[in-house]
Design a protein around this ligand. Sequence first.
Ligand SMILES: Nc1nc2c(ncn2[C@@H]2O[C@H](COP(=O)(O)OP(=O)(O)O)[C@@H](O)[C@H]2O)c(=O)[nH]1
Ligand SMILES: [Mg+2]
Length: 371
Amino acid sequence: MDALYELTVIIPTYREGENIGAMIQAVHEVLARSGIRGEILVVDDSSPDNTIPAVRALEADFPDLRLVVRTSDPGLSQSVVEGFSLARSPVILVMDADFSHPVGLVPRFLGEIRAGADIAIGSRYTEGGGTENWPLGRRVISWGATLLGRLLFPEVTDPVSGFFAVKREVVEGAPLRPRGYKILMEVLGKGTWRKAVEIPFVFRDRKAGASKLRGATILDYIGQVWDISLFAISRRRGAAWEEFGKALRFAIVGCTGILVNMGLLWLLTEGAGIYYLLSSIIAIEASIINNFVWNDRWTFGGDPAHQAKPFAHRIALFHAVSIGGAVINWLVLFALTEFGGIYYLLSNMAGILAGFIWNYLMNRNLTWRKG
Ligand SMILES: Nc1nc2c(ncn2[C@@H]2O[C@H](COP(=O)(O)OP(=O)(O)O)[C@@H](O)[C@H]2O)c(=O)[nH]1
Ligand SMILES: [Mg+2]
């Protein structure tokens, strides 16, 4: 390909007449000051306001500025993906037009990619990041979306950020199915990448105009997470697939723990004649140790980064988490049976599932958290 530029800055716009002119100037200035050969690609969805004339007015002064006006299938993600295909550089950056994403950080994104990252993500949820003046409702929605996304990509603190840079080859040929607002999730789920790094930033209130975030985007997003999960399972590779593998191995180990617990309880009680409640304490501890060893060596053993904590911390945390899981199992059993009128063996299945989710997430993100 023609490496005409080092970097393409994609700015999707809809009704950004009040911002886009100043935005282009600011981006251009930062690129020039940092000596980056960059193009600015504005992808607009036929805004009825002043956006298009405002960009056209600058085209004469900025030869590295391009405007694409889309006329069908409007949408933020669709616009960004169209921008990917039009970019004439090995690195692509995406940012909003409304000054929510600090323009001054653009060179750092390129720097991270040059230093070996496949994806550089502007994060609001890592140390040093944040959001300014967000109402509670918006914070809750964003928090929920982030949490759901982190089930697939636990290493990424802000998988729904709209401020990110990628190597072109990450998205080239990827079967992206753009819809809704969360294009980064699609890139993480369907793109080809190994290393993602995060750059903290504070999301500022838009400078002018109104947000286009709507309720339907929440359903879009849930559908997207589902779609990415199916994709990961069908392809059997990628970050999300590796996470599924860990959860599955963790579940298998959990089943071996049940066998150890039952077997030892029977052996100690029947064979050694120990009082059954005392046998049970030994059997439970043996099953916890069994599970710890298998999870340490097998479930999370493939990647040494999971063993960032010292062995003694890992085994202590695993015990603490297991006790929490048992309490959750017991509480669900109690509540569903007593107040829900559900048959106790069925209640217990719900309890086991709740305990499993707790155990897995806590151990994944605490005991075996990557260093
Ligand atoms: N091309 C295009 N851009 C859009 C669309 N919706 C929003 N944008 C742009 O995407 C960026 C983020 O949108 P915004 O409304 O600020 O969302 P918020 O920051 O999450 O409230 C801005 O640059 C918008 O102009 C759309 O349907 N098409
Ligand atoms: Mg905005």
